[in-house]
Design a protein around this ligand. Structure first.
Ligand SMILES: [Zn+2]
Ligand SMILES: [Zn+2]
Length: 192
Protein backbone atom coordinates (compact mmCIF):
# COMPACT_ATOMS: atom_id res chain seq x y z
CA UNK A 1 0.00 0.00 0.00
CA UNK A 2 1.57 3.30 -1.10
CA UNK A 3 1.24 6.31 1.14
CA UNK A 4 0.74 9.70 -0.39
CA UNK A 5 4.27 10.68 0.58
CA UNK A 6 5.84 11.92 -2.65
CA UNK A 7 4.80 15.34 -3.71
CA UNK A 8 1.02 15.13 -3.84
CA UNK A 9 -0.33 16.93 -0.81
CA UNK A 10 -3.29 15.08 0.66
CA UNK A 11 -6.53 16.94 0.36
CA UNK A 12 -5.26 19.28 -2.31
CA UNK A 13 -6.47 19.58 -5.91
CA UNK A 14 -9.78 17.82 -5.72
CA UNK A 15 -10.89 19.18 -9.04
CA UNK A 16 -11.80 17.37 -12.18
CA UNK A 17 -9.72 19.15 -14.78
CA UNK A 18 -11.83 18.40 -17.81
CA UNK A 19 -13.58 20.12 -19.47
CA UNK A 20 -13.47 23.80 -18.68
CA UNK A 21 -13.26 24.70 -14.98
CA UNK A 22 -9.57 23.97 -14.87
CA UNK A 23 -7.07 26.74 -14.78
CA UNK A 24 -4.25 26.42 -17.27
CA UNK A 25 -1.62 26.22 -14.55
CA UNK A 26 -3.22 23.22 -12.86
CA UNK A 27 -3.63 21.44 -16.18
CA UNK A 28 0.00 22.06 -17.08
CA UNK A 29 1.13 20.62 -13.75
CA UNK A 30 -1.03 17.54 -14.26
CA UNK A 31 0.32 17.02 -17.77
CA UNK A 32 3.90 17.39 -16.52
CA UNK A 33 3.27 14.71 -13.91
CA UNK A 34 1.43 12.44 -16.33
CA UNK A 35 2.86 8.98 -16.89
CA UNK A 36 2.74 7.72 -20.47
CA UNK A 37 3.32 4.18 -21.63
CA UNK A 38 2.75 2.15 -24.77
CA UNK A 39 0.05 -0.50 -24.65
CA UNK A 40 -0.60 -2.48 -27.82
CA UNK A 41 -0.95 0.03 -30.65
CA UNK A 42 -1.94 2.80 -28.21
CA UNK A 43 -0.55 5.18 -25.64
CA UNK A 44 -1.99 5.09 -22.14
CA UNK A 45 -1.75 8.32 -20.15
CA UNK A 46 -2.07 8.14 -16.37
CA UNK A 47 -3.10 11.60 -15.15
CA UNK A 48 -2.81 10.64 -11.50
CA UNK A 49 -5.35 9.99 -8.75
CA UNK A 50 -6.71 13.56 -8.71
CA UNK A 51 -8.21 13.28 -12.17
CA UNK A 52 -11.26 11.44 -13.43
CA UNK A 53 -11.03 9.56 -15.66
CA UNK A 54 -7.48 8.83 -14.56
CA UNK A 55 -6.43 6.69 -17.55
CA UNK A 56 -6.71 7.91 -21.13
CA UNK A 57 -6.05 5.57 -24.05
CA UNK A 58 -4.84 7.46 -27.09
CA UNK A 59 -4.44 6.18 -30.62
CA UNK A 60 -1.51 6.86 -32.93
CA UNK A 61 -3.84 9.22 -34.80
CA UNK A 62 -4.00 11.25 -31.56
CA UNK A 63 -7.56 10.48 -30.59
CA UNK A 64 -8.52 9.64 -27.00
CA UNK A 65 -11.06 7.00 -26.03
CA UNK A 66 -12.63 9.39 -23.50
CA UNK A 67 -15.53 11.64 -24.40
CA UNK A 68 -13.15 14.42 -25.46
CA UNK A 69 -11.82 12.45 -28.42
CA UNK A 70 -9.23 14.41 -30.36
CA UNK A 71 -9.63 17.42 -28.03
CA UNK A 72 -8.56 15.52 -24.90
CA UNK A 73 -5.86 17.42 -22.92
CA UNK A 74 -4.05 14.13 -22.20
CA UNK A 75 -2.96 14.04 -25.87
CA UNK A 76 -0.50 16.84 -25.03
CA UNK A 77 1.23 14.45 -22.61
CA UNK A 78 1.77 11.95 -25.47
CA UNK A 79 3.15 14.69 -27.73
CA UNK A 80 5.58 15.70 -24.99
CA UNK A 81 6.49 12.07 -24.28
CA UNK A 82 7.40 11.52 -27.95
CA UNK A 83 9.24 14.84 -28.18
CA UNK A 84 11.48 13.66 -25.33
CA UNK A 85 12.25 10.48 -27.26
CA UNK A 86 9.66 8.20 -25.65
CA UNK A 87 8.98 4.83 -27.24
CA UNK A 88 6.62 5.04 -30.22
CA UNK A 89 3.59 2.76 -30.32
CA UNK A 90 4.13 0.12 -33.03
CA UNK A 91 2.43 0.44 -36.40
CA UNK A 92 -0.36 -2.09 -36.76
CA UNK A 93 -0.07 -4.59 -39.65
CA UNK A 94 -1.59 -3.41 -42.96
CA UNK A 95 -5.37 -3.48 -42.87
CA UNK A 96 -5.55 -3.86 -39.08
CA UNK A 97 -7.49 -1.08 -37.32
CA UNK A 98 -6.83 -0.78 -33.55
CA UNK A 99 -9.76 1.65 -33.60
CA UNK A 100 -12.18 2.42 -36.42
CA UNK A 101 -10.61 4.84 -38.94
CA UNK A 102 -11.79 8.44 -38.91
CA UNK A 103 -12.06 8.49 -42.68
CA UNK A 104 -13.04 5.80 -45.17
CA UNK A 105 -9.75 4.55 -46.75
CA UNK A 106 -11.54 4.21 -50.11
CA UNK A 107 -13.36 7.56 -50.52
CA UNK A 108 -12.19 9.67 -47.54
CA UNK A 109 -15.74 10.30 -46.30
CA UNK A 110 -16.14 10.23 -42.49
CA UNK A 111 -16.16 6.64 -41.20
CA UNK A 112 -17.86 5.21 -38.11
CA UNK A 113 -17.29 2.25 -35.81
CA UNK A 114 -19.33 -0.84 -36.72
CA UNK A 115 -18.91 -3.32 -33.82
CA UNK A 116 -20.66 -6.05 -35.80
CA UNK A 117 -17.63 -6.11 -38.14
CA UNK A 118 -14.99 -6.28 -35.35
CA UNK A 119 -12.57 -9.13 -36.09
CA UNK A 120 -9.69 -10.27 -33.90
CA UNK A 121 -7.24 -10.36 -36.86
CA UNK A 122 -8.51 -7.10 -38.43
CA UNK A 123 -9.31 -5.01 -35.37
CA UNK A 124 -12.22 -2.61 -35.24
CA UNK A 125 -14.97 -2.90 -37.83
CA UNK A 126 -16.08 0.25 -39.58
CA UNK A 127 -18.49 1.66 -42.11
CA UNK A 128 -18.37 4.59 -44.52
CA UNK A 129 -20.82 7.46 -44.07
CA UNK A 130 -21.39 7.59 -47.85
CA UNK A 131 -21.77 3.92 -48.71
CA UNK A 132 -22.19 2.07 -45.41
CA UNK A 133 -20.44 -1.29 -45.51
CA UNK A 134 -19.83 -1.27 -49.24
CA UNK A 135 -16.42 0.43 -48.97
CA UNK A 136 -15.49 -1.73 -45.99
CA UNK A 137 -15.85 -4.84 -48.15
CA UNK A 138 -14.12 -3.22 -51.13
CA UNK A 139 -11.19 -2.34 -48.87
CA UNK A 140 -11.00 -5.89 -47.57
CA UNK A 141 -10.97 -7.38 -51.06
CA UNK A 142 -8.23 -4.93 -52.11
CA UNK A 143 -6.13 -6.17 -49.19
CA UNK A 144 -6.62 -9.76 -50.30
CA UNK A 145 -5.67 -8.86 -53.89
CA UNK A 146 -2.50 -7.14 -52.68
CA UNK A 147 -1.54 -10.11 -50.51
CA UNK A 148 -2.07 -12.44 -53.48
CA UNK A 149 0.13 -10.27 -55.65
CA UNK A 150 2.89 -10.18 -53.03
CA UNK A 151 2.90 -13.97 -52.71
CA UNK A 152 0.52 -15.86 -54.98
CA UNK A 153 1.67 -19.32 -53.82
CA UNK A 154 0.27 -21.23 -50.92
CA UNK A 155 2.81 -23.92 -51.86
CA UNK A 156 5.31 -22.96 -54.56
CA UNK A 157 6.08 -25.32 -57.44
CA UNK A 158 9.14 -27.52 -57.06
CA UNK A 159 11.21 -27.80 -60.24
CA UNK A 160 14.61 -28.78 -61.57
CA UNK A 161 16.14 -25.64 -63.06
CA UNK A 162 19.72 -25.48 -64.31
CA UNK A 163 20.39 -28.86 -62.73
CA UNK A 164 19.15 -27.86 -59.27
CA UNK A 165 15.96 -28.66 -57.40
CA UNK A 166 14.38 -25.34 -56.33
CA UNK A 167 11.11 -23.87 -55.13
CA UNK A 168 9.89 -21.77 -58.06
CA UNK A 169 8.43 -18.74 -56.25
CA UNK A 170 8.56 -16.91 -59.59
CA UNK A 171 6.42 -19.57 -61.28
CA UNK A 172 7.17 -22.42 -63.65
CA UNK A 173 9.36 -21.60 -66.67
CA UNK A 174 9.06 -23.50 -69.98
CA UNK A 175 12.54 -24.98 -69.49
CA UNK A 176 11.83 -26.29 -65.98
CA UNK A 177 11.37 -29.94 -65.16
CA UNK A 178 8.34 -29.88 -62.89
CA UNK A 179 8.39 -32.11 -59.81
CA UNK A 180 5.40 -30.47 -58.11
CA UNK A 181 2.96 -27.99 -59.64
CA UNK A 182 2.34 -25.95 -56.49
CA UNK A 183 -0.92 -24.53 -55.15
CA UNK A 184 -2.01 -20.93 -55.74
CA UNK A 185 -3.56 -19.06 -52.83
CA UNK A 186 -6.26 -17.82 -55.19
CA UNK A 187 -7.37 -21.43 -55.65
CA UNK A 188 -8.07 -21.89 -51.95
CA UNK A 189 -9.03 -18.40 -50.68
CA UNK A 190 -12.75 -18.39 -50.14
CA UNK A 191 -14.82 -15.35 -51.08
CA UNK A 192 -15.48 -14.26 -47.49
ZN1 LIG B 1 -9.01 11.53 -22.81
ZN1 LIG C 1 -16.25 5.33 -48.50
Amino acid sequence: MQENAHGHSPGGHQFIPIPSEVTKVDLNRILLDAIVHVSGYHYVVDLGPDVKPRLHTISKEKRCNCIHGKDCPAIAAVTEFLRKGGERAPDPPPGYFPVAPEKCPICNAPAYHEPRLNRSHLGAGWGCSKTGEKHYWRYRSQLIQEALKANPWLFPPVVIRAGKQIKAWDGILPSDTVLYEGVLRADVVSST
